[in-house]
Design a protein around this ligand. Structure first.
Ligand code: KIV
Ligand code: ZN
Length: 527
């Protein structure tokens, strides 16, 4: 094998595309620093290839891919490029800083996709030859994808895969772009390519499945059984429409059922839970409660029969241990008498390794929470760690004070003090309920055109003193930003989440046109 990655007979390369296919899904946009942080976690957990972005898509994408390429310690860093020289050159400029760079170039090969660039079969074959050759002249690690491969005529697929291999591609990815295939067909396609394409034994076949019919994990594993040795996936299955294959699902399936699927990955599975939480927070896509492996209920045993069985022998109802994915085994509940050392140990169990100054900050917020809430559970601490208001010092807007007046007779009132660029402004506003009144107050203090797309509230634990985590998604001029916050007061969490999302939009505006954010703002404050 000419590829620099580690696929062998039983070793499956894990290719993570959370930062490209995942981030591409509407609303999941991440900031530069969030992308860097997630790439660091992927690298640390043993992901073999990180698809860091689509460098030609925007200046921001280019910068993120370059920065990730420079920072990566172990993983191959890959960028995506369409089948043209400009895309490929730009991609190379971004990934070339990596210890192990890869260019991933693609073109849609199915009849429907061929119609888009209006190329006939021969013209497309020539384009594939030229662009893969160009990429290979820049980089010796080149991946090529026939987009919508699962709906491409088999003869044509064999023909173009052969061309790409001859032009120097080292990995051939077979995407199920629209999530249309099924396990038996997914396996048969890989087998067919291995049998019919000359040179197929010299390269690695990858499988890239979307989850439109809920079969992405099964399809990926079937492809591996047929001879594919790279799985393309995302954390939490993030991705367009119904998402991509979930990394945690394929990795844990290969680990738990190694008896019938004897393949290895290089993933440290104890890092799964931490990165799952991180991706949920920064993307604003919460993980469904009953999601395999990382859902809140994946290891919860509530029924009497289950609990009884679990106490006698955990294996009665558990096929893997919570600790396998980095979930704390202890149910030690924290409270206001818990000290700094206990908090550090607990957070370490939950996958958060903190420097002293970070611990000092979290400890203050933990104490404030423990004062309001008798018992602080693991989920409360995770919510505390994920609260985006912690990284807010450099933000334009900060919530300073909020008081709401509610009653059976409306309208409800909110008194809000917002710090705008370091100066406090206050206002009273009314609305249809306390959240509406508070959001109206934000709009009056900081007029903006952003539309509220999603407003979601989750209780972190049970009880009336439970913390609420709130996600808010705003849209302005086609740009989408998500904010999250946690508090025992749902209205406070809501306003903080709204302001977080607004800060992200402002940040983006400032980056694309410095100074533009303040142009149309006239404060309407009380003070
Ligand atoms: O789903 C798909 O076809 C893709 C390609 C760009 C590989 O994401
Ligand atoms: Zn895809």
């Amino acid at each position: 094998m000419t590829d620099t990655t580690k696929a062998t007979q039983d070793r499956v390369v894990i290719f993570d595309t959370t930062l490209r296919d995942g981030e591409q899904s509407p609303g999941a946009t991440m900031t530069h620093s969030e992308k860097l942080e997630i790439a660091g976690l992927l690298d640390e957990m043993g992901v073999d290839v990180i698809e860091a972005g689509f460098p030609i898509a925007s200046e921001g994408d280019f910068e993120a891919v370059s920065a990730i390429a420079k920072a990566a310690q172990n993983a191959v860093i890959c960028g995506l490029a369409r089948a043209n020289y400009k895309d490929i050159d730009r991609c190379w400029e971004a990934v070339k800083h990596a210890r192990q760079p890869r260019i991933h170039t693609f073109i849609g090969t199915s009849p429907l996709h061929r119609a888009i660039p209006n190329l006939d079969m021969d013209q497309m074959a020539e384009r594939i030859h030229d662009t893969v050759t160009h990429a290979r002249n820049l980089c010796d690690n080149v991946q090529w994808s026939p987009m919508d491969a699962t709906r491409t005529e088999h003869d044509y697929l064999c023909r173009v895969v052969e061309i790409a291999i001859k032009a120097g591609a080292t990995t051939i990815n077979i995407p199920d772009t629209v999530g249309y295939t099924a396990p038996r067909e997914s396996a048969a396609l890989i087998r067919m390519l291995l049998e019919r394409v000359p040179g197929a034994d010299r390269i690695i076949f990858a499988t890239h499945c979307h989850n439109d019919l809920g079969m992405a994990t099964a399809n990926s594993l079937a492809a591996v059984e047929a001879g594919a040795r790279q799985i393309e996936c995302t954390i939490n299955g993030l991705g367009e429409r119904a998402g991509n294959t979930a990394l945690e699902e394929v990795v844990m399936a290969l680990k738990v059922r190694n008896d019938i699927m004897p393949y290895r990955t290089g993933i440290d599975t104890t890092k799964i839970m931490n990165i799952s939480r991180k991706v949920a927070t920064v993307s604003g896509f919460p993980v469904q409660f009953n999601k395999a492996i990382v859902g809140k209920n994946a290891f919860a045993h509530e029924s009497g029969i289950h609990q009884d069985g679990m106490l006698k022998n955990a294996e009665t109802f558990e096929i893997m241990r919570p600790t396998d994915i980095g979930l704390a085994d202890t149910s030690l509940v924290m409270g206001k008498h818990s000290g700094r050392a206990a908090l550090r140990a607990k957070l370490r169990d939950l996958g958060y390794e903190l420097a002293d100054n970070q611990l000092a900050d979290v400890f203050v917020r933990f104490k404030a929470l423990a004062d309001r809430k008798k018992e602080v559970y693991d989920d409360d601490l995770v919510a505390l760690m994920q609260d985006q208001t912690t990284s807010a010092e450099h933000d334009t807007l900060q919530v300073k004070r909020l008081r709401v007046i509610c009653g059976t007779e409306g309208p409800q009132e909110a008194e809000l003090t917002l710090s705008i660029d370091g100066v406090d402004h206050s206002i009273d506003a009314t609305g249809d309920g306390p959240v509406d009144a508070s959001f109206n107050a934000v709009k009056m203090l900081y007029p903006h055109q952003a539309k509220l797309h999603i407003y979601q509230v989750h209780a972190v634990t049970e009880g009336t003193d439970a913390q609420a985590t709130v996600s808010v998604r705003l849209e302005e001029d086609g740009k989408i930003a998500t904010g999250q916050a946690a508090d025992t007061d749902t209205v406070v969490a809501s306003v903080k989440a709204y302001v977080n999302a607004l800060n992200r939009l402002i940040h983006r505006r400032q980056k694309s046109a410095p100074g533009s954010d303040m142009k149309n703002v006239h404060y309407t404050s009380r003070a």
